[in-house]
Design a protein around this ligand. Structure first.
Ligand SMILES: Cc1cc2nc3c(=O)[nH]c(=O)nc-3n(C[C@H](O)[C@H](O)[C@H](O)COP(=O)(O)O)c2cc1C
Length: 175
């Protein structure tokens, strides 16, 4: 006896999933908050993401999905490297600034925090819970987003408590 549920084939008549239902359902997913950064020197920018995820252990790689309209997108092509910094409980203001709250752009978003570089020269947040210095292996364009696969060239972790995004808000981890 099979327990597989057989779904009807997708056709143009298949009703689209209601986007409100999709959003409401995704709000229940609790995820860590990170900042993705790209560029060198003052030619740099970054953005807040919740789409960062581990991809493979061998080779060490991660994946992040980035809206094609985001200001970081051309820098990913130009430098072919990026940094990923996992935010801690005290980084609410950083999450806001790199999400565009306050209107700062590019290098202006980096002011007020200490940044380091490791292998590739991509900026990494000195006080992050963990940082990953990545070389871009591939960028896959799909729908509204670019799926970016990064080969991890260096990684560092410290102790601390994460910033978690749940129900539309960045919150201190209550574990
Ligand atoms: C908690 C949080 C998570 C986000 N996650 C993503 C993400 O995974 N991918 C993405 O493209 N934008 C994400 N965004 C939106 C970008 O941070 C925002 O659009 C940012 O300002 C980039 O656009 P800009 O550099 O063009 O201003 C997120 C925003 C917030 C507040």
């Amino acid at each position: 006896m099979t327990h597989l549920k057989v779904l009807p084939p997708v056709t143009s008549e298949t009703p689209p999933v209601d986007s409100e239902a999709f959003r409401a359902s995704m709000r229940q997913l609790a995820v860590g908050v990170s900042v993705i950064t790209a560029g060198q020197g003052t030619d740099r920018t970054g953005m807040t993401v919740t789409s960062l995820s581990s991809f493979s252990i061998a080779p060490p790689s991660l994946i992040v999905s980035i809206n094609r309209a985001a200001s970081i997108r051309p820098l990913l092509d130009r430098y072919r490297t990026f940094g990923a910094s996992i935010l801690g409980t005290g980084h609410n203001a950083v999450a806001d600034r790199f999400a565009g709250v306050g209107g700062l752009k590019g290098n202006g978003r980096f002011i007020g925090e200490k940044w380091i570089t490791l292998e590739t020269g991509a900026p990494l947040l000195a006080g992050a819970l963990a940082v990953f210095d990545c070389e871009i292996e591939e960028i896959i364009e799909r729908h509204t987003h670019s799926i970016v696969i990064g080969l991890v060239k260096a990684a560092r972790a410290t102790e601390g408590s994460p910033l978690v995004h749940w129900q539309g808000q960045c919150r201190a981890f209550a574990g």
